[in-house]
Design a protein. Structure first.
Ligand SMILES: [Zn+2]
Length: 207
């Protein structure tokens, strides 16, 4: 997109942190997972609607954000997909929040749609929205505290730790591993394999 203001990862994390700051104050708790719908309705004052959304050219649309109408629409025709993929709904909602906060001025009517093929997208707006979603659902402080408090259960020596963390924070395995890499808990080889500090090799992610 022309004239797009690119955000650095640290900037995106900082913005997500201010949302979490309000969240923490309003909720007065640090219960996991982060309640995304609460953020949409009570912090950003956006309408959250479930409507049928028709895609063109066989493209499946999961959701749409329309800043001029201060609304996020979820595609009710895709209810089955949301029900069958764990945490997909939370991921999509957080991604749309990212667009609303970061790209409000760039999104015109009827809105910006979340397509099924988004994981393969190289569009910087999509990348930024996804980074925002990861920072929002996996706040650095919450994640580090949680790992410290559950150190008996968490060893990063196998998939058990990954599933436990992904389930606790309500995120996909992919989102969790990429966030752990940004925080420095996992490292990544030139060939894209994720390695823990204890030397466990999780291999490459299949997105
Ligand atoms: Zn998007």
């Amino acid at each position: 997109m022309e004239n797009h203001h690119y955000y650095k990862y640290e900037q995106i994390e900082k913005i997500s942190k201010s949302v979490i700051y309000y969240y923490r104050n309003l909720r007065n708790d640090i219960t996991l997972p982060i309640d995304v719908e609460f953020i949409i309705e009570h912090i950003l004052n956006l309408k959250l609607l479930w409507n049928p959304i028709k895609g063109s050219d066989g493209e499946v649309i999961l959701a749409m954000v329309t800043p001029t109408k201060t609304q996020i629409q979820m595609n009710s025709d895709q209810m089955q997909m949301f029900d069958s993929v764990p945490n997909l709904e939370r991921t999509v909602l957080s991604h749309e929040i990212g667009h609303f906060i970061l790209h409000k001025l760039e999104i015109t009517n009827p809105g910006h749609s979340y397509k099924r093929s988004i994981a393969k997208s190289n569009d910087p707006l999509e990348r930024e929205a996804h980074q925002f979603a990861a920072c929002l659902l996996l706040p650095r402080d919450y994640l580090l505290d949680f790992i410290r408090l559950n150190s008996k259960k968490i060893d990063f020596n196998g998939w058990g730790t990954i599933y436990f963390l992904a389930q606790s924070f309500g995120v996909t395995k992919t989102m969790l591993m990429l966030r752990l890499k940004e925080i420095g808990i996992l490292s990544r080889t030139i060939t894209g394999e994720f390695i823990s500090q204890t030397g466990h090799n999780y291999g490459q992610l299949l997105v």
